[in-house]
Ligand binder design. Sequence first.
Ligand code: FES
Length: 123
Amino acid sequence: MYSQKIIEHFTKPKYVGEMDNADGVGQVGNPRCGDVMKIFIKVNNGVIKDIRFQTYGCIAAIAASDMVCELVKGKKLDDALKVTPQDVASQLGDMPPIKFHCSILGMSALKEAVDDYRKKSEK
Ligand code: FES
């Protein structure tokens, strides 16, 4: 069913929580189930220095949010956006195929957070 890695990221997520004074915040909803995911980023010199997430969703969505954070922390914004949902899913390992759409949310929320940061920094 679920890989060991998914269970680990679900039961002990490293990046769960809110962030005060985030430089960018992105929120997306999953149209299929109504679940919601929010990602907060801190950016310094174009690099994601810190990242947190809040996800009201299923096991796959929570594990994928945590994995997205792990994969993009320390990356330049453009490099972070090159991470694909397939990268996230393949790092996580086996999940029921019906759950793949849940793992896409994390990268969508990250993209929103980066857009938000860029909009704010243009002002
Ligand atoms: S069932 Fe809603 S995010 Fe997975």
